[in-house]
Design a protein around this ligand. Structure first.
Ligand code: ZN
Length: 231
């Protein structure tokens, strides 16, 4: 399985920006983000297309989105980029296979993050779509953005599509935004099942060799279009 995958930056188009805003609203409707909390980004040709700070998703327009270069220069947009810009930059740098990132405060994944517990692979769709145990990065007090970015980049590893930010919430990636959104939903469902199963003796964890097999099927055989239809 393991040639390193690289997802190139995509063109920053109006269609892409509308897709990003639609994903923000969708995750908000699911209860994954409250108010302006949470932030999303896409790897574009010139850097990172990212949601702005403190703009409500219901009123967000394509012009509110911001493009920041890898040299940290704001290339497009007049809004202040998300306060978690450094976090998104660090993860996209660490993981060249990611084309997009979704950070939410979804309740069950956040529950594990508050307990500083990793999420082992306990359901099959998690094996496919997340690809392994989701680690929890050490706690970093609010506002120390560079420290949080470094903690998350160290904890995410090279294979899985998610990491938990202690006492905060999940950060989830995918090759495309559609995949990252599906992965955020699968992570939340797996976290819910994992927590619920503690009341009946705890889950049986899927052995690593089966996780690797399932993951390979998704990454190399399952089309991205099919995956995005899972929304
Ligand atoms: Zn957050």
């Amino acid at each position: 399985m393991s040639e390193p995958m690289i997802t190139p930056g995509v063109p920053d188009t109006l269609e892409l920006r509308l897709e990003l805003i639609q994903a923000c609203r969708y995750l908000s409707e699911l209860g994954f983000c409250i108010g302006t909390w949470g932030n999303l980004s896409i790897r574009v040709e010139q850097g990172i297309l990212i949601t702005p700070s403190r703009i409500d998703y219901s009123t967000m327009t394509p012009d509110d989105l911001v493009v920041v270069s890898w040299e940290n220069e704001q290339i497009k947009g007049y809004r202040v980029p998300s306060s978690e810009l450094l976090l998104h930059q660090a993860i996209l740098r660490t993981r060249p296979d990611f084309g997009a990132l979704v950070h939410t405060h979804s309740p069950y994944a956040s529950t594990l993050a508050c307990a500083h517990k990793p999420l082992p692979v306990c359901v099959e769709d998690m094996a496919q779509i997340i690809g392994g145990t989701v680690n929890c990065a050490p706690y970093v007090p609010n506002g120390r953005h560079a420290d949080l970015a470094q903690a998350a980049a160290s904890a995410i590893g090279s294979q899985t599509w998610a990491v938990l930010l202690a006492n905060h919430g999940p950060l989830v990636g995918g090759r495309s935004l559609a995949e990252a959104v599906v992965a955020a939903r699968v992570l939340e469902k797996a976290a819910q099942i994992y927590i619920q199963s503690q009341s009946i003796g705890g889950p049986q964890i899927i052995p690593d060799e089966h996780v690797i097999e399932e993951r390979h099927r998704l990454l190399y055989k399952y089309g991205q279009e099919q995956l995005s239809q899972m929304k």
